[in-house]
Design a protein around this ligand. Sequence first.
Ligand code: HEC
Ligand code: HEC
Ligand code: HEC
Length: 135
Amino acid sequence: MPNNKKMYDKGKVVIGLCIFFVLVTFPLWYNHLKAAPAPEPKLVGKAAKAGQECIEPKAFMKTEHMQVLDIWRDTVVRSAKRVYVNESGKEFEMSLTNTCLDCHTEKAEFCDKCHNYASVTPYCWDCHIDPKEKM
Ligand code: HEC
Ligand code: HEC
Ligand code: HEC
């Protein structure tokens, strides 16, 4: 009997620890979940002109643009292939500066504003150029 009692206590301790852990880390993952849906950014610059379309549909770009850029980088650096063809057969040069920022001409207003809200700071600009800043 004394043995059983001990095991029962152990179970309680483990459950207690689990609850404690969840409570202590709550702000961490709660903030993470909360930060996920980004705000609705206002289109500015050339991208805001009538008839402009992103390289892929907006909903896809909103959630997948980082993956797209990763794939573009890998494709350019590893296979020296520079042309991207989208769903509707339209061709784009796979370039952060010459393509994305050529259309999204206001990086600060578009990319940065959204990233600041989501607390992400892409390090890409250590090397890649925002054509605006160069001038
Ligand atoms: C030819 C112009 C053009 C190019 C090139 C372009 N975009 Fe876009 N982008 C747009 C337009 C226009 C929209 C808005 C689409 C809409 O409202 O349907 C948009 C939407 C977006 C969105 C979604 C914004 C939101 O409201 O959620 C992101 C993110 C984005 N673009 C990132 C990029 C990135 C990264 C690249 C390069 C890989 C890129 N764009 C290339 C014109 C462009
Ligand atoms: C609608 C809001 C929004 C807009 C507009 C936007 N981004 Fe982002 N971007 C995000 C979010 C949110 C993340 C973080 C996603 C994650 O961590 O899964 C991100 C992540 C990234 C990353 C990966 C960063 C990292 O460290 O992992 C890159 C690169 C990037 N964005 C480039 C751009 C560029 C370039 C533009 C402008 C042409 C742009 N983004 C416009 C919301 C946006
Ligand atoms: C340490 C410097 C450095 C950093 C930081 C960096 N890159 Fe690059 N990137 C390069 C170089 C060098 C190339 C090859 C240039 C070429 O061949 O045109 C390249 C190529 C690319 C290309 C294809 C060619 C082009 O002109 O855009 C993409 C897309 C790209 N990187 C995206 C990114 C993204 C997104 C980030 C941030 C998450 C990033 N890079 C961070 C140095 C860097």
